[in-house]
Design a protein around this ligand. Structure first.
Ligand SMILES: [Ca+2]
Length: 176
């Protein structure tokens, strides 16, 4: 039986590999970040965007460190393996909680701790999310239509650590 976490990470690979060259390179993450930077530049503190980019860079460094090769590229098989390792290793940086939290700072600029429906639809549009599972399930994360930072982090944990194949938290890592 195929491992559900490996299936999810394989789908994440396909989504992040936006140029479809069969490998993931920093440029694939830069592309993801650039989409967000265009959408949020005008109304979010520049520092938060810088912090988000730095967080993605740390994530990328951790993936390469776990790959333990001299190549600056990750194949699908490597990407799946090193994401598992990076998600377990919090010795430098907690990838699973750090990425959604840095993204939350950008997408909810008013410090309300609530991801409103308007902010959510804006995020999904900028990320070009087409999956109805993701688009439909994020609002269900919270209670009474209120999705908090904690809900987002919890969903990212479900994406990496549980067999739930429709956990929408992968969206913070580029799942569309
Ligand atoms: Ca690529």
């Amino acid at each position: 039986m195929t491992d559900p976490i490996a299936i999810k990470l394989g789908l994440l690979f396909e989504a992040v590999d936006a140029d479809h060259d069969g490998t993931i390179h920093w440029a694939d993450y830069q592309r993801l970040f650039d989409r967000l930077a265009v959408g949020y530049k005008t109304d979010t503190a520049e520092r938060r965007l810088q912090a988000l980019q730095a967080t993605y860079q740390m994530y990328w460094c951790e993936l390469l460190r776990h790959a333990d090769s001299t190549s600056p590229l990750l194949t699908k098989e490597e990407f799946v393996a090193v994401n598992r390792m990076a998600s377990m290793d919090i010795s430098r940086f907690n990838v699973v909680e750090g990425i959604p939290s840095a993204m939350f700072d950008v997408i909810v600029p008013d410090d309300s701790n609530i991801l409103g429906m308007e902010e959510l639809s804006r995020l999904l549009k900028l990320l070009e999310v087409t999956s109805p599972e993701i688009a439909g399930r994020i609002p269900e994360l919270g209670n009474d239509g209120c999705v908090t930072r904690e809900d987002c982090v919890r969903s990212a944990r479900e994406f990496f650590y549980t067999p739930n194949v429709i956990a929408p938290g992968g969206v913070f890592f580029g799942m569309v």
